[in-house]
Design a binder for this molecule. Structure first.
Ligand code: CP
Ligand code: NVA
Length: 306
């Protein structure tokens, strides 16, 4: 049995296998074919933070695969009132077939997984958002941008940055990260990525100048400057991230066919300009829709590993 907590635990071949299952499922869906590969199975979804895409993709995906998804916010279950993580894990995994968790501390999901009898999926922690990267890579393949990719990430060194680091390090593409001083990526995650890059051939660079990161990049990506849980820091961050908005001018430095990726939700006028986001709406909203197909691919793959 496997959990899906971070891409660090996955090989290049496994990541590609999951994405390819998702692409096949997408093709089938378009042809009106629904394979009920998870018939009678239940996915418990624990949400300690808000979500639009993650909830809708997992819940819809599980239904389309013939199963059922349970939405459990921490206002509804005893976890939110102090029932220990390990007890919650033992109880839920004794009744459900898979668990997806969105939470704060990454250690919570690790503890949950260590007590769970069924696969646990990371639906976002403060440290990683690996299910998003499955959809992002799927989108890169579909838009013909997965070969010789040079990805520039501009913004906060957060769970998305850490996840891009893992993807690049595993798959072996070039990733440049530009963050303002004081908002750098986690040092331990960067060290892991640089170690893995020696094997995969990935080129990973971190810097503070967004223009340097974006120059000739084939993909430019960004994320909110204030992640969930950092709402109180928003005003300060808007000041500290001055010059880091990805807009048309910045995009002019990138490759002439470069595109924007954004995990969404987007804060227009902060990390991305209204105009650039709308110009790239085709790819950005395909990326969002691909969450559905990628998450189905992941659940089918995890089910096969038992
Ligand atoms: N990108 C993403 O995970 O979106 P949600 O927060 O809406 O799930
Ligand atoms: N970094 C963001 C990602 C949202 C999908 C957050 O954690 O809020």
């Amino acid at each position: 049995m496997r959990h899906f907590l971070t891409l660090k635990d996955y090989s290049k071949e496994e990541i590609l296998e999951i994405v390819n299952i998702g692409l096949q499922i997408k093709k089938d869906l378009k042809a009106g074919i629904y394979k009920k590969e998870l018939q009678m199975q239940t996915l418990a979804m624990i949400f300690e933070k808000s979500s639009t895409r993650t909830r809708v993709s997992f819940e819809t995906g599980m239904f389309q695969l013939g199963g059922h998804a349970l939405f459990l916010s921490n206002r509804d279950i005893h976890l939110g009132r102090g029932e220990p993580v390990k007890d919650t894990a033992r109880v839920i995994s004794s009744m459900c077939d898979m668990v997806m968790i969105r939470t704060f501390e990454h250690s919570m999901i690790e503890e949950f997984a260590s007590y769970s009898k069924v696969p646990v999926i990371n639906g976002l922690t403060d440290s990683y958002h690996p299910v998003q990267l499955l959809a992002d890579y799927m989108t890169m393949i579909e838009f013909g941008m997965s070969e010789n990719a040079v990805v520039a990430y501009v913004g906060d060194g957060n769970n998305m940055t850490n996840s891009w680091l893992m993807l690049a390090a595993k798959l072996g593409f070039e990733l440049r990260i530009a963050t303002p001083k004081g908002y750098e990526v986690d040092e331990a995650v960067l060290r892991d990525a640089l170690d893995m890059a020696k094997e995969s051939g990935a080129v990973i660079k971190v810097m503070t100048d967004p223009k340097e990161a974006v120059r000739d990049a084939t993909i430019v990506t960004t994320d909110t400057w204030a992640s969930m849980g950092q709402e109180d820091e928003k005003e300060q961050r808007i000041k500290d991230f001055k010059g880091f908005m990805v807009d048309g001018l910045m995009m002019c430095l990138a490759d002439k066919n470069a595109k924007l990726l954004h995990c969404l939700p987007a804060y227009r006028g902060q990390e991305v300009s209204e105009e650039l986001l709308e110009d790239n709406a085709d790819i950005v909203f395909s990326e969002a829709q691909n969450r559905l197909h990628a998450q189905k691919g992941l659940m089918v793959w995890l089910d096969k590993q038992r």
